[in-house]
Design a protein around this ligand. Structure first.
Ligand code: PLP
Length: 378
């Protein structure tokens, strides 16, 4: 089946006696055993739940993984997947990551004895230089948040597998519709399902998708031990979102391309960070490893005053954290997603008081462009 069809029929629900078309919300914490020593698929919802399982099978199919697990948030998925590493292990991670992942690595995992090196993973030489005998994982986002660094997943896989390390890719920004890291050799794909997979800014969710049964079992062990699984109702909502993922992503991709072009021609807008611009660094790698560019655009505007004016002046775009939904949003990373990154480091990387991040939604593109125009120039 092709991707669009998988979004609806990857795991057709044929197991219940009512013949429900839509998977029912199975709001049961526990399941009745058929007898002593009679095996049953479900026993307790922390281990597995029919509604969640249906969603997990769908996401595993979309990413081409051996199995997937759904969590109560993207951060839970990342945290549980990081349990595979412990004291004495070394991890190479992108230096441009979702702020919450950086906080987890620096303020939790590092305290628990994992060593980290943060490098620009789009620079393969820098990655090679960071390798140590105890390197067990290379962790990346591509495009990265919020600077849109593009990392060549296949090349990173070569480096990692050459030294017996794993590769984790946070695929939140592109979704499997545009990019499938496991097909490029990555070992685990992570998602904030809160973003494009759910797509409606109404549910928190996260996923870990493993390339092999063996890795999936390791993640499942930590998942059932720690907890934090996605609730049945939330699984139902994310499943519903996924049915329209390709339609939304196509529209978002198209809107974002037009908005990036518009921004590029605005005098008061400095650098436009959009991986779909032909002269953007990493464009060629995007063309090679992804089928679309997504809806995330960052810009550096002419002054702090203009950044604040835009945030106050937009009427269609909303000034809010998060991304990936049907509604277009603008974020001020310095004060929101990346507030916990030390100021000196933020400034060095360019996440300053003139830096804004846009998540393009599915509104009419003319309304979106007009809204930005009046907010910038009005
Ligand atoms: C939002 C986000 C996360 C964290 O996901 P939550 O669902 O908010 O916990 C992780 N990675 C990326 C790239 C994100 O955008």
């Amino acid at each position: 089946m092709e991707f669009e069809t998988l979004c609806l029929h990857a795991d057709n629900n044929e197991s219940d006696e009512w013949g429900t078309l839509t998977v029912p919300i199975c709001q049961s914490a526990t399941f009745v055993h058929k007898g002593v020593n009679v095996p049953s698929e479900y026993s307790y919802s922390r281990l597995s739940n029919p509604t969640r399982r249906h969603l997990e099978r769908t996401v595993a199919a979309l990413e081409g993984g051996a199995d997937a697990y759904a969590f109560s948030s993207g951060m839970t998925a990342i945290t549980v997947s990081m349990m595979l590493f412990g004291p004495g292990d070394h991890v190479i991670a992108s230096d441009d990551l979702y702020g919450g992942a950086l906080r987890l690595f620096r303020q939790v995992c590092a305290c628990n004895g994992i060593d980290f090196d943060f490098v620009d993973t789009s620079d393969l030489e820098a990655v090679k230089k960071a390798v140590r005998p105890n390197t067990k994982l290379i962790y990346l986002e591509t495009p990265s948040n919020p600077l849109m660094h593009v990392t060549d997943i296949g090349e990173i896989v070569k480096i990692a597998h050459g030294i017996g390390a794993l590769v984790y890719v946070d695929n939140t920004f592109l979704t499997p519709y545009f990019q499938r890291p496991l097909e490029l050799g990555a070992d685990v794909v992570l998602h904030s399902g809160t973003k494009y997979l759910g797509g409606h800014n109404d549910t928190l969710a996260g996923f870990a998708v493993a390339s092999t049964k063996e890795l999936a079992e390791k993640i499942l062990f930590y998942s059932k031990t720690i907890g934090g699984q996605l609730a049945p109702f939330d699984a139902f909502l994310i499943e519903r979102g996924i049915k329209t993922l390709p339609l939304r992503m196509d529209r978002i991709n198209e809107n974002a391309g037009s908005i990036a072009e518009f921004l590029r021609n605005e005098k008061k807008i400095g650098k436009v960070y959009y991986v779909g611009l032909e002269d953007f660094k990493g464009y060629d790698i995007m063309k090679k490893q992804a089928r679309g560019f997504g809806g995330m655009i960052s810009v550096e505007v002419e002054s702090k005053e203009l950044a604040e004016k835009i945030l106050a002046g937009v009427k269609v775009f909303r000034f809010a954290e998060s991304l990936g939904g049907v509604d277009s949003l603008i974020t001020y990373p310095m004060l929101q997603t990346h507030a916990d990154v030390p100021e000196e480091e933020r400034n060095r990387r360019g996440i300053n008081d003139r830096f804004l991040r846009i998540s393009v939604g599915i509104e009419n593109v003319n309304d979106l462009i007009e809204d930005l125009r009046q907010a910038i120039n009005g």
